[in-house]
Design a protein around this ligand. Structure first.
Ligand code: GRF
Length: 220
């Protein structure tokens, strides 16, 4: 009798908004031989379109509405309890607009990824496209990193660049950065599920070697 194939790593995606990154991950995960399974999508916002996308794809959803909790700690405790029930191998933050407490982050150390629309360490926080234009930068992009206690500060796994044009607006930059996000996130999630990337003491290990710099995709 043939032994059962080993189960695929279980992925939970957390999203607060429209969920275009989630959609890219769902589409990738439905391709043949994708090495992981999205078992649930969670949100802090009941109206997030990401939940609709998950439902359309027949993926289990859950909502932990942050407005129903008195403190960040109580919200995080409820989210943590739900995640422990789902027991994922990896948590993918895809436009999840809540700052997580250190205890929460520690519970999933090395198993939680985030995408941020800038070339970290530049421009942590919000309004990155506007700030890039104000600074006159010629290059912009997106980073995918391990989540650590420091906001947008965990070791960066991979980045994709775009060129900034003279006539760019925050909206046009957001659109081109998003296209890169949709390409890069499925690639990085695949690497994670294949066991190729790990959070190590000195940064990110790729195939057992410490990365001297983040992996880079470039459109120019
Ligand atoms: C993306 O720009 C992502 O980098 C940021 O939030 C946005 C989410 O977009 N963290 P979407 O909900 O995936 O469309």
């Amino acid at each position: 009798m043939k032994a059962d194939p080993s189960p695929l790593p279980k992925i939970v995606v957390l999203a607060s908004g429209s969920g275009t990154n989630l959609q890219a991950l769902i589409d990738a995960s439905r391709e043949r031989n994708f090495p992981g399974e999205i078992i649930a999508v969670g949100s802090n916002r009941p109206e997030a379109f990401a939940l609709e996308r998950a439902a359309q794809a027949n993926i289990d959803t859950f909502v932990i509405d942050h407005t129903k909790f008195g403190s960040r700690e109580e919200f995080d405790a409820a989210l943590l309890a739900e995640l422990h029930r789902k027991n994922p191998d990896v948590i993918v933050l895809a436009g999840f607009m809540r700052i997580l407490t250190p205890d929460f982050v520690r519970a999933f150390r090395g198993r939680m990824l985030n995408i941020h629309p800038s070339l970290l360490p530049a421009y942590t926080g919000l309004n990155t496209h506007q700030r890039v234009l104000e600074a006159g930068d010629k290059v912009h992009g997106v980073s995918i990193h391990f989540v650590t206690e420091e906001l947008d500060g965990g070791p960066v796994i991979a980045q994709a660049e775009i060129a900034v044009n003279d006539n760019d607006t925050p909206e046009s930059l957001a659109e081109r950065v998003l296209q890169q996000e949709h390409t890069l996130y499925p690639i990085v999630l695949r690497w994670f599920c294949e066991g190729r990337i790990q959070l190590a003491a000195g940064g990110v290990q790729f195939d057992g070697e410490l990365l001297p710099n983040p992996m880079r995709l470039s459109d120019n």
